[in-house]
Design a protein around this ligand. Sequence first.
Ligand code: CA
Ligand code: CA
Ligand code: CA
Length: 167
Amino acid sequence: MTRILLAGAALAATALPAAAFAQTKPAAAQQAPQSETRAAFTQNVDASFAEVDTNKDGFVTKAEIEAAQTRQLQAMKQRADAQLSAEFQKLDTNKDNQLSLAEFSAAAGPMPSPDAATPLAKLDTNKDGKISRDEYRAPKLADFDRADANHDGTVTVAELKAATGGK
Ligand SMILES: [Ca+2]
Ligand SMILES: [Ca+2]
Ligand SMILES: [Ca+2]
């Protein structure tokens, strides 16, 4: 029973901050740090924007954010279900399926619902209900410029370390 609860808790923990724009971070964090030019950085920012802007009109709307979040949440739920399924097969040693996979899976809780309000509130600076590419770029480029201490358009590993407190 403890294991089921643990799996449920793990899902809840990963599902919580599921902002539509969180995608780019984990991949970048896994790579070895290297210096990055502002142009390359902007390209990455634009690529993650384009991923959410599915109709390619240059604006990310509430519906597009929710769709992106739903895609992410579904992927997360699928991963959790696969994990639970493996866990279930391990626990159900006599293979009588007494605790059905559905019941077991329900222990992970219902799928969390998307929440577009937070990214909108944070990024929609002109409050027109959608996020333009520039609105999306602004805070990220501001981060980049803060990190680029000598303002030469490249954030080196040393500058990045200094900006993130040496980690
Ligand atoms: Ca759009
Ligand atoms: Ca806007
Ligand atoms: Ca620099």
